[in-house]
Design a protein around this ligand. Structure first.
Ligand code: NAP
Length: 389
């Protein structure tokens, strides 16, 4: 089961105190706004203060996006966040963020619905395109499940940005769009000039990697051809506490490692970044005027063996996954990466120990490390390269 609800108390009332906008009913909403003095037809106690800077975040209820929305609100931005279903309890946490009552509007928008995206970015000076499918199980229909929403979805949001004179767009890519490059010189740390071979990803049926590579290429190509300022940020595996009440794929990975699933993992290299540092990086590249192109966001690397050693030092009392200690460090695909370009902007990520500690602490509090009957511990599919099976 991909997602399961955790023991987080929802205050649904708060979720519905938010302004909710549905791009498909704009006429109705505008009439409602005029009548109620609220926004998009939703009654509000008092109108929000005039925002100085409004930005849009796509997929606002997701793992990384939720931390970004929190950060933006804390910094005084007014935020339009798109979600596919504003009424879904999995998005209720957004209503509880500090500043949400006055400065957060939710827009119902699928990435494949251009009108809804246009409504969400209208009046925004900047857009953070975070939404993209991150499947945790094997993909059955790669086109519809991953490739089209990632690539066409990126194009749709960029076109909406052009149409609305958005000044800067930050697109969240991934180191999946970096690593799979067999012709990169051995021993040289991968930098922003290294791209995954999209044909190889497609041939290997690594749909997520292919989708992230194609989507990022599409974004930078669109920027060049259409004169839109687009910055891409490529995070590695993102870990750290969750704000949302459902478990995302990268957190499922660490939970698997801690609980100790049946798969023996290879001793390979992992790049890990804290979700709070990713949010910082996204805002940093947005606010710095001099930014351009790609930014790799992968400050820490650790072998499976050292990851387990580190975790066991913090919490010796879990099963932990077995690592194939007989083999040397496997660096066939994942090799060292440099994030110097991002660090040169002043990005200061925390150390990996803090991320792992805070992750475990959160999982424990949320009851995520307990066994659930009928839900065997499974390694999320995008991490299948960690095993020979
Ligand atoms: P997440 O929690 O699963 O967030 C993904 C978001 O995308 C969800 O809000 C989801 O909405 C939305 N989405 C998917 N398909 C959509 C569609 N067709 N229309 C509208 N929204 C759609 O995962 P995450 O880890 O935060 O990932 C966010 C971004 O970071 C993605 O672009 C991912 O590729 C990238 N990234 C993640 C990691 C990582 O380790 N977590 C690493 C590198 C890059 P629903 O809730 O409605 O499904």
């Amino acid at each position: 089961m991909k997602l399961f609800m955790v023991s987080v108390v929802f205050v649904l009332k708060d979720a519905f105190d938010l302004a909710v906008c549905d791009g498909s009913r704009r006429g109705e909403q505008q009439a409602g706004r005029a009548a109620s003095g609220g926004w998009c037809g939703v009654e509000m106690a008092s109108p929000p203060p005039p925002p100085s800077r409004r930005v849009c975040v796509t997929g606002g209820g997701g793992y990384i996006a939720s931390w970004l929305v929190k950060l933006l609100l804390a910094r005084g931005y007014a935020v339009n966040a798109t979600v596919r279903d504003p009424g879904d309890p999995k998005n209720a946490h957004l209503g509880q963020l500090d500043g949400a009552a006055g400065n957060l509007r939710l827009f119902k928008a699928d990435l494949l619905h251009p009108d809804a995206l246009t409504a969400a970015v209208a009046g925004c000076e900047g857009v953070f395109h975070v939404a993209s499918p991150v499947p945790s199980v094997k993909v059955v229909d790669p086109e519809s499940e991953v490739l089209v929403p990632a690539v066409k979805g990126t194009l749709n949001i960029l076109q909406a940005c052009s149409a609305n004179n958005v000044q800067k767009v930050v697109v969240v890519s991934s180191t999946s769009a970096v690593h799979f490059n067999p012709s990169w010189p051995q021993g040289k740390p991968k930098d922003e000039t290294c791209w995954s071979d999209r044909n190889l990803c497609l041939k290997n049926e690594d749909w997520y990697m292919a989708a992230k590579t194609l989507a990022e290429e599409t974004a930078l190509d669109y920027a060049e051809k259409n004169g839109l300022t687009v910055i891409t940020v490529c995070p590695c595996i993102v870990l750290g506490p969750l704000l949302q009440p459902v478990v995302n794929t990268s957190s499922e990975f660490l939970i698997y490692v801690i609980k100790g699933g049946p798969t023996v993992m290879n001793n390979m290299l992992w790049h890990i970044v804290d979700v709070r540092d990713v949010a910082d990086a996204l805002l940093l590249v947005y606010e710095k005027v001099e930014t351009s192109g790609r930014y790799l966001c992968a400050p820490d690397q650790i072998s499976t063996k050292d990851l387990l050693h580190n975790l066991k030092k913090t919490r010796p009392d879990y099963n932990y996954v077995n690592c194939d200690n007989g083999t040397n460090l496997n660096t066939s695909i994942v090799t060292p990466i440099t994030s110097e370009k991002l660090k040169n902007l002043g990005w200061k990520p925390r150390n990996i120990e803090e991320t792992l500690f805070d992750s475990i602490e959160y999982y424990e509090k949320a009851g995520l490390l307990q066994d659930v009957e009928g839900c065997p511990c499974k390694l999320p599919h995008p991490f299948h390269m960690a095993t020979d099976k």
